[in-house]
Design a protein around this ligand. Structure first.
Ligand code: DGP
Length: 140
């Protein structure tokens, strides 16, 4: 979690090699070095924001615009018809590289891909009313 350029900035700048799949003015995408399944792709903004909540609207828009198109190409190239998009923020939320990135992970018929032990519980409607109100206020 150093303050210098992230390993992903070095990849964007060509200092570290990668298997590039896409690039435009604001976005870069390449294959993950430790794939969960074939075609596991990382889509990143060129802006060196550490977590999604720090990303500019401009970069967020640019990443969001190309995610469906890159996903479609990854599916076609791998033969998968299902996939997950996952985006981790903070070490306890499984982020290991502190440069915003979206994982596109094909789910293969043999099970390769993402497996998530979701631990959910039913919503508490009193808490939910307060929380949704707070979030709405903060978005204004
Ligand atoms: P996360 O845990 O969400 O921060 O995922 C970081 C991903 O980055 C992880 O799946 C492995 C990948 N990764 C780390 N270093 C490199 C690298 O040097 N090259 C490539 N292609 N991927 C990397």
């Amino acid at each position: 979690m150093g303050d210098g350029p992230s390993i992903f900035t070095k990849i964007i700048q060509g200092e570290i090699p990668c298997h590039k799949v896409y690039e435009d003015d604001l976005v870069f995408a390449f294959l993950d070095i430790n794939p969960l399944s074939p075609g596991h792709t990382l889509v990143i903004p060129k802006e060196p924001a550490r977590t999604l909540d720090d990303l500019s609207d401009e970069s967020a828009q640019a990443v969001g615009r190309v995610l469906p198109r890159i996903s479609k190409a990854v599916l076609k190239a791998t033969g998968a018809s299902e996939f997950n998009v996952i985006q981790n923020n903070g070490p306890n939320a499984f982020q290991s590289v502190f440069h915003v990135h979206f994982h596109i992970v094909p789910k293969m018929e043999d099970g390769r891909g993402l497996s998530i032990p979701f631990k959910s519980s039913p919503i508490d409607h009193d808490d939910a009313a307060q929380l949704s109100s707070s979030i709405r206020d903060l978005l204004d």
